[in-house]
Structures are given as C-alpha cells and as structure tokens.
Design a binder for this molecule. Structure first.
Ligand SMILES: Nc1ncnc2c1ncn2[C@@H]1O[C@H](COP(=O)(O)OP(=O)(O)OP(=O)(O)O)[C@@H](O)[C@H]1O
Ligand SMILES: [Mg+2]
Length: 374
C-alpha cells in the first residue's frame, strides 16, 4: 500500500500543507523544530488512531485554532480510499470516503504503518510499557477486533481500580460483590488479549530472529518470550482454561489488590523478554546489541504486517539514520529498496548517501511549510 497524498490543516505547526508522495522513497530534510516529526505524526495518527507523542488531542491542533484536519489518499490493492480525521475540543471524528464513522477505532486497519524513531531504541532498554505498546499497536493495526478489546479492557481496568480504592477506604459496603462482577469481565477480555498476543509473538519471534541474523551476519540469535503476570500459567491453555486461571489469580491476589488499590495482574502488567545468545538483553546487552534488536523488531513488524494483510505497510523513519552505524543502515536500506513506501526525515542528507532507490522525492521542511525540491 502507499500514500498518494497527505493533507494537514491546522495540525501542529502547519497552516495547510498538501503533499504528493512518491510511491517509493520520500526524504524530508529540515533543521530542528521545523515540522518533520509533525508530518510523520499526522500519518501515524491515521494508522493507529493515536499520536506516538501525545494522548491529548488538543495538543495536535495548531495553537489558537479550533479544529484540525488530517486527510490521506491511500492506494491499497483493493483500490483507492480517502481517510480523514477531524480533531476539535470535543474529540476526534473519522471519515472514510466521506462517510462519517461512529467510532474512532473503526479507522484501524485501513492504513498500516511502521514508525521507527530514536525513541524506539528504548524498546529494549526501558520499562515494560514500551514493549506492551509495541505489541499492542502492531496487533491492533491488523485486527480491529483487538483494538476494541484493548479499549474495553482499559475501561474495565479503570472501573475496577476505582472500586478497589473505594473498598480500601471503606466507602462502599456492596463493593465486594461488585468486585466479582468486574473480575469476570476483566478475566474474559484479559484472556482474549493474552491469547492474541501469544499467537502474534509466535510469528514475530521467527521473523525477528531472521532479521537479527541478517544484521549480525549470523552471530546473534534473538529470542522473544512473553512474560505473563499470572501464576501457574502453562502454554497451550484454551480460552476457557485461561479465563479460569485468571479468575483464580484474582482471588488469590484480592487482599493485596485491596491494600494497594489497583489491579496487580493481567495483560497490562505483562512484558516481553528479549534475549540474545541466551543473555537477557535488557540487563546485560551492550548498546549496540540493544539497537540491533530494536531494529530487528521493527523489520519483523514490517514482515508481520505483510503476512497478515498481503501488503507491506508504509514505513516512517524519523531521524534514525544518524543513530545507526553503517552495517545497520545497510540492513535497513536493503529491506526497503523499492518495495516499501518509505518516508525518511533527517536534518541533512549526509547520512542518506547509501540510498540507491531508483525513484525518490526530496522535500524541504521549514517553519511549518513543506516544498518539494527534487
Ligand atoms: N499545537 C501546535 N501548534 C503550533 N506549533 C506546534 C504545536 N505543537 C508543536 N508545535 C511546534 O512544532 C515544532 C516541532 O516540530 P517537529 O517536532 O516536527 O520538529 P522536527 O522538524 O522534527 O525537529 P527535530 O529535528 O528537532 O526533531 C516546534 O517548533 C513546536 O513549537
Ligand atoms: Mg523530529
């Protein structure tokens, strides 16, 4: 799939930009603070329904404006489509081919995109939230149903946590009964999420292992394991069995949860463990090994989406070339060469000399204006 045109109106520091893109490679050059990441953010927002930088819609609207619009013309195998998001103080509205949809999450699955930015180098090094987000965003882009599950789980979790707090503070006598109602719901939705994650990780780990081998010329074996917060978990549990296990775990953690006032087990506490040559990367990996694994995960994400949807997603590379050494840069360039629409940002073209794509566009970004220069 590829983007033919991107329009942003009153989005971040853009008044109005209309950009026609090359179906292969697009390079956006500009000094710091000019709008390069803002442009990628607008595209990523349409793929995931969320910004990678802010969860607050109003921050995306140009200062002193009321409403902003992001509109994309997308070419998929099935044909062309027009996707639009309107943001204002009351929230976000979605249109597909000029028809308004009732839920924002229905936008998921039309545009698939993989974003790689220097932040992602934290994927390996930092806390579990980054890795959960990585896996969740990846799955929800190819499964609208999974996106719904996540929203539901989030809602249930918030309600349940509020209830736990109110029980702790003895504000509500009937709450213990209410709690078991929320337990049922949490376990039902939570086990569906865990099973989907396990299924995807099984595919992803093979793809990531191959990427890591390629980048390191076979020297490093990357392993990915799902670390689950439930006790007594064993692989190959069916949905009903997993749900029962989840409920048993909730019962055994009840006192602890009431004392703490929040839910201590469930997919919102799970993690991915990454190992290279059997060593825990997060604890013992060198900077270079961690970077390689982050890149391998991103490349695996591209292949995973291709295998799920039949088409490569759009690849967004925000300022990463300056952070990668020659070997890793080459591995990345080999993958994208002429088969994946790629949008690269950089402060200067110096790091991009290895690119040998046949066709590409170059744009200059300055103070919220973007113009094509070649
Ligand atoms: N809601 C907004 N309204 C207007 N301007 C905004 C808004 N949000 C951010 N900006 C401006 O956008 C600019 C940042 O743009 P962006 O993050 O795209 O920079 P960049 O070109 O990627 O720079 P760098 O090379 O440093 O990453 C800042 O100057 C900021 O003031
Ligand atoms: Mg930037």
């Amino acid at each position: 799939m590829f983007l033919e045109r991107v329009l942003c109106r009153n989005f971040r520091n853009f008044d109005e930009i209309i950009i026609d893109l090359n179906k292969n490679l697009n390079i956006f050059l500009g000094q710091n603070g000019q709008g390069k990441t803002n442009f990628l953010e607008a595209i990523y927002l349409m793929a995931t329904t969320n910004s990678h930088r802010s969860s607050i819609s109003s921050e995306l609207i140009k200062w002193e404006e009321e409403e902003s619009l992001v509109q994309l013309l997308l070419k998929r195998r099935e044909g062309k489509m027009k996707l639009a998001m309107r943001l204002d103080n009351s929230g976000r509205k979605i249109e597909i081919n000029d028809n308004q949809l009732s839920k924002v999450s229905e936008l998921l699955g039309y545009l698939n995109a993989v974003l790689f930015s220097p932040e992602d180098l934290k994927l390996v090094k930092e806390g579990p939230a980054h890795r959960r987000e990585f896996i969740d965003l990846e799955i929800s882009q190819v499964s609208r149903y999974y996106g719904h599950l996540l929203n539901k789980y989030d809602h249930i979790l918030k309600q349940r946590n509020n209830l736990l707090k109110s029980i702790r503070e003895n504000r509500n006598n009937t709450s213990q009964e209410m709690l078991s109602v929320w337990d049922q719901q949490l376990a039902t939705i939570g086990s569906k999420i865990i099973l989907k994650r396990l299924e995807v990780i099984d595919k992803l780990k093979i793809l990531a292992r191959l990427s890591q081998r390629k980048i390191t010329a076979g020297r490093e074996e990357l392993e990915i394991e799902y670390e689950i917060s439930l006790n007594n978990f064993s692989k190959n549990l069916g949905e009903a069995e997993l749900r029962n296990l989840f409920l048993d775990n909730l019962v055994s953690k009840r006192d602890q949860e009431i004392k703490r006032g929040y839910t201590v087990i469930g997919p919102h506490r799970d993690d991915l463990i990454l190992k290279v040559n059997e060593m825990d990367l997060r604890k013992y990996g060198s900077q270079g090994q961690q970077r390689t694994a982050a890149l391998a995960l991103k490349l695996a994400e591209l292949e995973f989406m291709k295998s799920e949807t039949g088409e490569y997603p759009v690849l967004l590379l925000d300022d990463v070339f300056s952070e990668l050494d020659n070997l890793r840069r080459k591995a990345l360039l080999n993958v994208i060469a002429d088969k994946i629409q790629t949008i690269i940002t950089a402060t200067d073209g110096e790091n991009l000399t290895g690119i040998k794509n046949n066709s590409y566009n170059i744009y200059q970004v300055e103070k919220g204006k973007i113009k094509r220069v070649s």
